[in-house]
Design a protein. Structure first.
Length: 465
């Protein structure tokens, strides 16, 4: 038996033998990755203050242990979430469950939470699998709260607060634009991509792959993946900083009804990046370097240069009359390509068998956050409306800077809304049941108030009145 296992057992015994153990409320967290750091920090403090207990479970025990540090009320466990027996055992002992797992794994946890009558929180979009549980969640009087992070999450809460304030003043909204991005802070911006990874790198590679839909000037716009990053003119001004590029984020249309903006003429939700990133990523997509089904091609490549040249040849063979090679491989893009090793003669590791996996490996190796690096979150809502025939435009802006490569702005803005919601539910201050996202006043008002106490607050600017 190794030292880590002994430490787990001793810690478990210490908690279980406590005289108040049976009265303690308990929080179960699945996943201790990049975005979970500040969530765990916040709930550790809540547990110590309230005599609650928390279990942090991850496949990587040392990672989970590093996140709970010396908090006496928390325990780290090594757990394979696909182990149905162990998963159910842990969920059955919890008062509330938080899943920070990759989105595809939430349903494993969600099914057990329904069966065992436990509330569940996630930061991810509510997908069709989770939605299929809606009637059972309601019948059992449970609360499943999804889209409870940054984007989705803080965007919903701040948008609904702004929209309701405008409507309460008699305003009629006809344009709503919401932009959000996880970026590298200017002081840590030292590479040609102007980007470093602060969240799940797989999501970075797949961003935009499902295409996008939104409403613009009364018309529905549908963009395929190949066109998501096409427009160099998609820019938004950031007060006190610099213009950023935006690309349409997934399908905005369902949120027209969610936000009660059925009469709006323009409605779009976007992701922000530095303009150079968008230009470079547009070419990465066109080269087919994000493909997931090209194992047969990759197996014939020895090194990264072989892979890159293979994709380059295919692109220009198919588009010889449409693309100019010299313009495509301009100085900016060549610098970006070489920075992440795409033309390296280093051999391809055998475990990476698709372009998307290879590209993700390159990003993780070369776009890593150094210990002292800082990231930055920017969120902007732009709303155009009229009151008694007078045109008005308001812009609200949130800028959050991280502390270091561990306590990032991304981890803070994803984790704190989840942590605050969990605390409020355990304190019986949120009493809702059913399947929800945070667009309800009972949810967003107290959470936004506490976020402000943690320096996550919006500045409002009247552009025109």
């Amino acid at each position: 038996m190794n030292n880590a296992t002994i430490k787990q057992i001793k810690c478990r015994l210490r908690i279980n033998n406590s005289p108040y153990f049976r009265q303690m409320k308990s929080i179960l967290i699945f996943g201790a990755g990049k975005s979970a750091t500040c969530l765990i920090d916040y709930l550790n403090k809540c547990c110590d203050e309230n005599n609650w207990k928390m279990l942090v479970c991850d496949a990587n025990l040392s990672l989970a242990q590093s996140k709970i540090r010396d908090f006496s009320s928390s325990l780290a466990l090594a757990v394979d979430v696909s182990d149905s027996e162990k998963r159910a055992e842990l969920i059955s002992e919890a008062d509330i469950v938080i899943s920070m797992l990759p989105p595809a794994l939430h349903f494993l946890v969600a099914r057990d939470c329904v069966r065992l009558s436990k509330n569940l929180l996630t930061a991810s979009y509510i997908d069709d699998n989770i939605r299929s549980l809606k009637s059972e969640i309601e019948e059992k009087g449970l609360l499943f709260l999804g889209e409870m992070g940054l984007d989705p999450g803080i965007d919903h809460m701040s948008a609904m607060k702004l929209i309701n304030e405008i409507k309460n003043d008699g305003g009629e909204i006809y344009s709503f634009k919401s932009h959000c991005g996880g970026l590298v802070s200017p002081e840590s911006d030292d590479n040609p991509w102007h980007y470093k990874i602060t969240w799940n790198p797989e999501n970075v590679v797949s961003a935009g792959s499902s295409g996008a839909m939104y409403v613009e000037n009364g018309e529905t716009v549908t963009l395929p993946y190949s066109e998501i990053f096409n427009d160099d003119n998609n820019l938004v001004d950031v007060p006190g900083l610099f213009p950023l590029a935006w690309y349409a984020n997934r399908d905005s249309l369902p949120y027209v009804e969610t936000y009660q903006l059925q009469e709006v003429k323009t409605f779009i939700r976007t992701t922000l990046r530095y303009p150079a990133f968008s230009r470079g990523w547009n070419k990465i997509i066109k080269l087919g370097l994000t493909e997931k089904n090209d194992q047969q091609e990759i197996q014939h490549c020895t090194n990264y240069l072989d892979w890159f040249n293979l994709k380059k040849k295919a692109l220009f063979s198919e588009n010889k009359d449409k693309l100019n090679e010299e313009d495509f491989f301009d100085e900016e893009f060549i610098e970006q390509v070489d920075f992440i090793g795409l033309r390296s003669e280093e051999n391809i590791p055998p475990e990476f068998t698709t372009s998307s996996a290879l590209l993700q490996h390159c990003l993780e190796e070369f776009l890593v956050m150094n210990h002292d690096d800082k990231d930055m979150i920017i969120m902007i809502h732009e709303v155009e409306y009229s009151v008694e025939g007078r045109y008005k435009k308001i812009r609200t802006c949130l800028v959050v800077e991280g502390e270091d490569a561990l306590h990032t702005a991304m981890a803070k803005t994803v984790g704190l809304p989840l942590g605050i919601a969990a605390k409020l539910i355990l304190e019986d201050k949120i009493k809702l049941t059913g399947l929800h996202i945070p667009v309800i006043q009972e949810i967003y008002e107290p959470i936004l108030r506490e976020l402000e106490l943690n320096n996550i607050c919006f500045n409002e600017e009247v552009i025109f009145s």
